[in-house]
Design a protein around this ligand. Structure first.
Ligand code: MG
Length: 160
């Protein structure tokens, strides 16, 4: 495994996100369309998304900004904006879209849907009472799940 990919995976883990957590989001999005869907298939698709360079770049960039905001190390006004996860900021969503883009346009629908529902790990990442800052990470995790869902859907369409 390449160094960049390993680092991106380590950072996800350090920030409380396991591959299985993201795979559960994929299952949440896709099980209604694929009744025989197995968790291993979801995990495999998440792993394939994580092997993409643009995904690794987004993970490292977003998590770095979250950590700096948590340590109060950004300059104002960005510090307060990211720390408070201001709704009108929007750059967190834009960064996450670079992940969704990797597997085409079905990803957008999945991304929007899961961002509204906030199941599983997304609920944890949105819990402001933990004292942690996940302004970027919540969108990144949702985007990885959406991209993995698109990949899974595309491949299923080919085999069915
Ligand atoms: Mg966000």
């Amino acid at each position: 495994m390449e160094n960049l990919e390993q680092t991106a995976r380590d950072w996800l883990e350090k920030r409380g996100v396991k591959i299985e957590d993201i795979a559960e989001l994929v299952y949440y999005l896709q099980s209604k369309y694929h009744p025989n869907l197995q968790m291993e298939e979801c995990i495999e698709n998440v792993n394939r998304v994580l092997s993409k360079r643009e995904v690794q770049n987004a993970i490292l960039t977003g998590i770095q900004l979250d950590i700096l905001a948590e340590k109060q190390m950004l300059d104002e006004p960005l510090q307060a904006i990211i720390r408070r996860d201001e709704g009108l900021y929007g750059v967190d969503e834009i960064l996450a879209l670079s992940i969704v883009n990797v597997y085409g346009s079905i990803g957008f629908t999945n991304y929007g849907y899961i961002d509204k529902q906030k199941p599983g790990i997304l609920q944890y990442l949105n819990d402001k009472s933990t004292g942690q800052c996940h302004t970027f990470l919540d969108d990144i995790v949702g985007a990885i799940a959406a991209a993995a869902s698109s990949r899974l859907a595309h491949r299923a369409a080919h085999t069915e």
